[in-house]
Each structure stands twice: as C-alpha cells, then as structure tokens.
Design a binder for this molecule. Structure first.
Ligand code: ARG
Length: 449
C-alpha cells in the first residue's frame, strides 16, 4: 500500500527546532499553572517531563516516529509516555499554529545572533588584512579597466561598509522577529485567561503580537532574514569574484593559503580558488530560498494553511549556507598574501595618472574640460610613440600646453592617492581615519545582538 503520509511528514527537518519547541512548552506549562488553568502539580510534572525529553534528544536516545508527522506531535507523545495523562493538559489554550510560529521566531532570533557574529568576524579579518597592508597602493578599476590608484585598504574597507549594512538589516529583522505569537491559538485567540506578558518575559520577547490571525500566518520575519541573506551573499559573491580574479596568474595580486585552494587531478600547477567559487555559487541557492518562500506566501488567504510548513527547508538551507560561509571566510581572508610589489608597480603605471595630469593643469588655472582634452591628446601621443607619460620630454609636454612645468614629473601613484584627501577618499590619512573608525565600531558593538 502506498504510504501517503510521507507527503505531510516534516519531522526530518523540523526536529532542529526541538530546543525552541521545548522552551516554548515549558513557559506555556508554567503559565497554565500560574493562572490556575491547570494544577500546579500537573504543570510541575509537565516541566520535568519536558526536561527529560530534551535530554533524550540531546543524547540521541529519543524515539523519533515518522508516523507522528512533526516535531510537536513527537514531543507531546513522548511526554505522554513519560508522565502519563498530565501530558494531555499541555496543549490547553494553544494550537500547533501558534506553537510553530513561536518555534520559528525563537529559532530565528538565535540564528540572527550567530549571523551578526559571523559578519563581525568577517569584518574583523578585513580590518586585519587592511592594517597589514595599510599603505599599499593598487590599481582601482572601473569597467574592469585600470582607472586610478587606490589604497588596497580602501578597497577592503568598501566591503566593510557592505557588511555593516548587512548587519543593520539583520538587526532590523531581529526587531520584527522579537514578537511573541503564543496565545493566538489556532487563529482567533484562546478561551482561557492566558498570561501572554508572562510568556513574553519567560521567553525573552520584547512585545506580544497584536492580532491573532496575523500572528499565526505571518512569515515576514523569515522573508526579512532571507532578503537580508540574499543581499549578504551577493556581497560575499562579489568579494569572491575579486579573490578569484586577483589570484589568477594574469592578475597575480594575491595568493590564497593552501587550505583554501585545491589542485587539479590532472594539472599539477593548479591552485584553484574553490572556496571563493563555492561562496559565489552558493549565492544562487540563497536567492532561490528567498524566491521559494515569497512564492509560497503569495496566494495564502488568512490564516494558517499547511503551505506554511514549506517555510522551513529553504529557510534552514539559507541559514546553513550563510553560517558555513562565515566559518570559511574570516580565515580565508586572514590567510591570503598580497603581492605588494606587483600591485604597487601596476598602480604606478602612467595612464592611470591621466586624471592627475588633468587635475595638475586645472591647478595651473585651466578649465577642467580643456585640461581633459589636452591630456587626451597627450595620451594619444604616448600611445603612438610607445612612451609613458613620465618619459615625455618637457619639449613634448609643451607641444600640448604651455602650462606644463618641471613639477609634472612629480605625479605618481602616491601623489595621486594623497590628492584624494576628501571625506570618503583614498588618501592615506583618510583611509587611516576610516580604518580606526571601523575598528572602534567593531569593538563598541561587539556585544550588541
Ligand atoms: N508542521 C506544521 C508546520 O510546520 C505545524 C503546524 C501544523 N498545524 C496544522 N494545523 N496542521 O506548519
């Protein structure tokens, strides 16, 4: 006979919520006892029994039963086996609908703390790497074309900013997750004098939900997490892309440590940046997880519908992917070596200083548009002559403008970077300021959420 119940079973994935489910049930039992909804004695039996269930699960001795479908039924049934009929009183004034909403919120709050910590660890590694090479100048790119010299540290601090915005998004998500749904019942509230403020306090929620129908059917907090996770992975994917390019022989900017490269089975010279490639690739699945849940939600009428059970696997997948990425990235960043000589020599390449030559003419009084035209001609001349800007004689410079003086030869990568001395610019003193601001931020917020 076909086993149709396989279709509805969720125990193989919702069992990861067991700690949160039991914590919720313990708080609920205490509340029922305090309020005289069940006897103090039964409440005590239930609380002790749930402690035993938790221990069994932790010790891998719990008899999971697929025919009981989900985590909630497994735990309730086991509780019955352990303490007898008192177990039947636990589900008074509660439904699996507000129960599972509670579990997901408790779980998400825990995961958010880990997520933010993982982002901070990544930021810490970025700052350590930036500090190690604080004054190194590299080519900065637009359109993947060498554009202007920038500090390597400035480039890394761009990612610090992205991850800081991610942290803001996750903290914002925490605020909206931090709402207790328990006490909403199946959809309409409960017909007992349930003390929801006590429950919120016991379980560490900032507030209680205002509408029972919304509370049992709302999964916005999961979507908030998934949306923030998708953006966060996009940032990791961009950084991965740079690491992959930088570690190619063509660029030769960095070398990844051995743990974060793999060889090829047939090409002995290969050092493949697999970890960075996988982070880039895994970004796709997190986008998919977001799209999956958005699509699950879009047609649901009020209130609970079983479709909502489909919130879990994609969400857990996104969480696992993010947390795994945080396991890898901080160490991978710490372990990479920058070829300072190579990036510095490319940064001094003369065509990247063309803007500086135009700025030089502006400082001598020429309108910028005119200066731009002069330098464009100058570059063309260099190209036809096969010369760098620095190799031109004064006589050649004067063919293009009288404003050129001997000091045009002082233009180099260092002068170029130092000139960008405005807030947010790449001048070494600005970058040093940003670096210490970033370090202070990381230290002062280390214990926030
Ligand atoms: N396993 C279910 C879920 O994850 C629990 C809630 C079931 N509620 C119900 N009315 N069948 O959504």
């Amino acid at each position: 006979m076909t086993n149709y119940t396989n279709y509805t079973v969720s125990i193989h994935y919702d069992r990861r919520l067991y700690r949160h489910d039991i914590a919720g049930s313990i708080a609920h039992a205490r509340m029922l006892g305090n309020q005289g909804i069940i006897s103090e004695e039964d409440a005590g039996l239930i609380v002790d029994g749930l402690g035993k269930v938790r221990q069994e699960i932790q010790e891998d001795k719990f008899p999971w039963d697929e025919t009981l479908e989900d985590l909630h039924m497994n735990i309730e049934s086991r509780l019955h086996a352990l303490i007898g009929p008192a177990a039947g009183r636990l589900h008074t004034g509660r439904s699996r609908n507000d129960q599972v909403a509670l579990d997901m919120r408790l779980y998400t709050k825990d995961v958010l703390k880990e997520t933010v910590q993982g982002l901070r660890a990544t930021q810490g590694s970025l700052l350590a790497l930036a500090t190690r090479h604080q004054t190194v100048i590299m080519p900065g790119y637009t359109h993947m074309q060498r554009a202007q010299p920038v500090l390597f540290a400035h480039h890394l601090l761009a990612y610090f900013q992205m991850f800081q915005r991610d942290i803001d998004r996750f903290r914002d998500c925490y605020r909206r997750t931090d709402v207790l749904p328990l006490g909403s019942g199946a959809l309409a509230g409960v017909a007992y004098p349930s003390d929801r403020d006590f429950l919120a306090q016991e379980l560490g929620f900032r507030e209680i939900s205002a509408n029972s129908m919304d509370a049992v059917s709302d999964r916005d907090f999961l979507l908030d997490y998934l949306a923030a996770a998708a953006i966060c992975m996009m940032h990791f994917s961009r950084l991965s892309e740079e690491i992959i390019i930088w570690s190619s022989r063509e660029f030769g900017f960095i070398r990844l440590s051995d743990e974060f490269t793999t060889g090829s089975s047939i090409m002995p010279q290969k050092r493949n940046p697999d970890f960075a490639e996988l982070a880039r690739g895994k970004t796709g699945r997190v986008y998919g997880d977001l799209m999956g849940l958005l699509t699950v939600m879009k047609g649901l009428p009020m209130t609970y519908n079983r479709d909502l059970q489909e919130d879990k696997e994609g969400f857990f997948d996104a969480v696992d992917t993010l947390l795994a990425t945080f396991q890898v990235y901080p160490d991978m960043l710490q372990g990479l070596t920058l070829d300072e000589g190579r990036v510095a020599s490319l940064a001094g390449e003369s065509f990247m200083l063309a803007t500086d030559v135009a700025d030089y003419l502006v400082n001598k009084g020429m309108p910028f548009r005119e200066a731009y035209g002069v330098v464009k001609e100058l570059c063309r001349h260099c190209e036809t002559q096969g010369k760098d800007l620095q190799d031109l004689t004064m006589e050649e410079y004067h063919r293009f403008s009288d404003s050129f003086d001997q000091d045009v030869y002082n233009i180099n990568a260092e002068s170029s970077a130092a000139a960008r001395d405005n807030p947010g610019g790449t001048a070494p003193n600005r970058v040093a300021e940003e670096l210490s601001r970033a370090k202070e931020l990381l230290e002062s917020t280390a214990n926030d959420l």
